[in-house]
Design a protein around this ligand. Sequence first.
Ligand SMILES: NC(=O)c1ccc[n+]([C@@H]2O[C@H](COP(=O)([O-])OP(=O)(O)OC[C@H]3O[C@@H](n4cnc5c(N)ncnc54)[C@H](OP(=O)(O)O)[C@@H]3O)[C@@H](O)[C@H]2O)c1
Length: 307
Amino acid sequence: MQRFAPDRRRFMRLLAGAGGALATGLTPAATSAPLSKPIPSTGEPLPVIGMGTWITFNVGDDPRALDVRAGILRAFFAAGGGMIDSSPMYGSAEAVLGKLLRRLDYPPTLFSATKVWTRSGDDGPAEIAASQALWGLPRMDLFQVHNLLAWRAHLETLQQMKADGALRYLGMTTSHGRRHDELERIMREQPIDFVQLTYNIANRDAERRLLPLARERGIAVIANRPFGGGALVDRAQRHPLPGWAAEIGCGNWPQVLLKYIVSHPAVTCAIPATSRVEHMQENMGAAHEPLPDAAMRERMAADFARL
Ligand SMILES: NC(=O)c1ccc[n+]([C@@H]2O[C@H](COP(=O)([O-])OP(=O)(O)OC[C@H]3O[C@@H](n4cnc5c(N)ncnc54)[C@H](OP(=O)(O)O)[C@@H]3O)[C@@H](O)[C@H]2O)c1
């Protein structure tokens, strides 16, 4: 996380800005500190629910859309949110984040994560510098190689940045269950802090080899597409919430889907994306005890498969 001295007054202002959130939807549990898990390579705690920005933050200069995204960020930070994941692939998302972070006086819990995404390793440093300028932070927490593109060259660049103290963590991403064999080889052979991959209640391929390997190798795991791009929530919400949802502290389907993911022992955080403040509030509600145990997780997946 960014190392800034906590400024109580500034943070209280932020909370006040999210006053709607606190007054209208957050449960008492959701206003307490969220659950976090340690990043294996350092032990630094990271809140288990982060946020994605693909599509949802690609809103350019539209003032109304920007105001809504400011509200989403306020609700995220007010609920103790940490990781924000973006990429130069996501259109204006990084520029939007930079603009809003300057506007919001973000708290010290921010954990900034973006990616390098160019075919040529030679173009990596310029793209990395451009992303840093857009975010406007003194230093990024995490740079990931997006979809393993030119990964050897970019990994070298990121390793040098980390050695120079210009970057805190480095990682690799894949999505939609693609290229897991190649990711597995990288995890076995390269010193990386994070992997990001698609893992959700309907796409459990990572449970076979990648998640156990991440534990063995001490690599943090970011679960992307926790809602399958929204399709899993749509499918679930046609059905009543199962009786067992209350046993694991879930008041809605999105929380069930998120708790399934973050209760896996190898998963460090999930990064749902949303364009709505009320959805952010629901999603952050998943960052609290109780979490399902292994037997409940099997039951959840089996019941979901029957929907
Ligand atoms: N290769 C890569 O590195 C890679 C690939 C894919 C994704 N990612 C990262 O992972 C993030 C998440 O994946 P994603 O954006 O593909 O999809 P996702 O988070 O699985 O799903 C997003 C969708 O879920 C809906 N949603 C969110 N919260 C909801 C709620 N509480 N109730 C109902 N609907 C809700 C959103 O609609 P509303 O806007 O209406 O809330 C949106 O349509 C991305 O944004 C990106 O940062 C990385």
